[in-house]
Design a protein around this ligand. Structure first.
Ligand code: ADP
Length: 319
């Protein structure tokens, strides 16, 4: 393989730049030409493709977002869209593609591979919702952003004796809420994977209040429902002054943590190794701190499961 392409797709995540840098530098290290495809699959269809040099990825390892930009591209879900993409790749003589993104992006990579174009998926999403990897690129950074915000909210919650509901990202997966809740000693964590009884939540809040707790923190993953609505219900049920903060897109940005940079560097490099070894339709990941690779279909068919022992522990520690 003499020419490899790389793109980022779907939601951006901090550390995507470090992954792009790793792919580009690893290719050049092996004397393989490397092409950046801008705006994800949309740019692939449009032929928004540029050759990358060593300097193309200079000074990006510490930056959030993605220098290749990203886009949602409904057309790529069609056979015609995928065919157009392959034609563009062939026009440039590109023989393999690294796709950095979430499970939607992996579906695209799977489709291209099935059509005979070798792709490798690199998991880049803050949600940590991909099976076959312990962590996705961007999760650690997002988590630290959430923690920083909750620490600040905690100060004001104590000062005013309030209940705080904090809505964090996680449409289908509760890892951000779960980890942030445990890391910040939240009284209650609501994640899509667990059905929590509303009356129990209210009882816990009241018990804590009776014991003299000056504040309570409730973390709600967006997949469970609106934090604002939940805050209203809590205020009505407890009569405690309740405030809601929706952290929203602050969780996506920012400079990647050391962990995400290292993870991105390791996974990006592995994706190039796989292509150069003639592999296709694989995704790279990290399990027990070892870089691994799995069939992308297997990864898509399985659901990432949150560690529910952490959920239980959080309950035990925040009685
Ligand atoms: P993420 O990769 O973060 O999960 P999306 O779900 O929005 O984000 O997917 C990103 C892009 O991947 C979509 O805009 C589309 O171009 C492509 N994609 C998603 N699902 C499919 C599919 N079933 N087949 C082909 N391409 C897909």
């Amino acid at each position: 393989m003499k020419k490899i392409g790389v793109l980022t797709s779907g939601g951006d995540a901090p550390g995507m730049n470090a992954a792009i840098r790793s792919v580009v530098r690893k290719c050049l290290y092996h004397n393989v030409e490397v092409y950046g495809i801008y705006y994800g699959y949309q740019g692939l269809i449009d032929g928004n493709i540029k050759k990358m040099e060593l300097g193309s990825v200079g000074d990006i390892i510490q930056r959030g977002g993605t220098m290749l930009y990203t886009a949602r591209c409904p057309e790529f879900k069609t056979d015609e869209g995928q065919q157009k993409g392959i034609e563009q790749l062939e026009k440039y003589g590109i023989e393999g593609l690294v796709v950095i993104g979430g499970d939607g992006s992996f579906m695209g990579a799977k489709k291209l591979t099935e059509k005979g174009f070798p792709c490798i998926g690199v998991p880049g999403t803050i949600d940590n919702d991909i099976a076959a990897t312990d962590y996705t690129i961007g999760f650690d950074t997002a988590l630290n952003t959430v923690i920083e915000a909750i620490d600040k909210i905690r100060d004001t919650a104590t000062s005013h004796e309030r209940t705080y509901v904090i809505e964090v990202m996680g449409r289908d997966a509760g890892d951000i809420a779960l980890w942030a809740g445990l890391a910040d000693g939240a009284e209650t964590i609501l994640i899509p994977e667990v059905d929590e009884d509303f009356n129990h939540i209210v009882d816990r809040l009241k018990r804590g209040h009776d014991r003299g707790k000056r504040h309570s923190i409730i973390i709600v993953a967006e997949g469970v429902g609106s934090g604002v609505d939940f805050g209203k219900r809590i205020q009505e049920a407890t009569n405690f002054e309740t405030r809601v903060t929706v952290l929203g897109h602050t969780q996506r940005g920012g400079s990647p943590t050391a962990y995400d940079r290292v993870l991105a560097s390791r996974l990006g490099a592995k994706s190039v190794d796989l292509l150069l070894n003639g592999e296709a339709g694989r995704m790279v990941g990290i399990q027990n701190n070892q870089v691994v690779d799995h069939d992308i279909i297997e990864a898509l068919n399985n659901k990432h499961a949150p560690d529910l022992t952490m959920y239980q522990l959080s309950k035990e520690l925040s009685i």
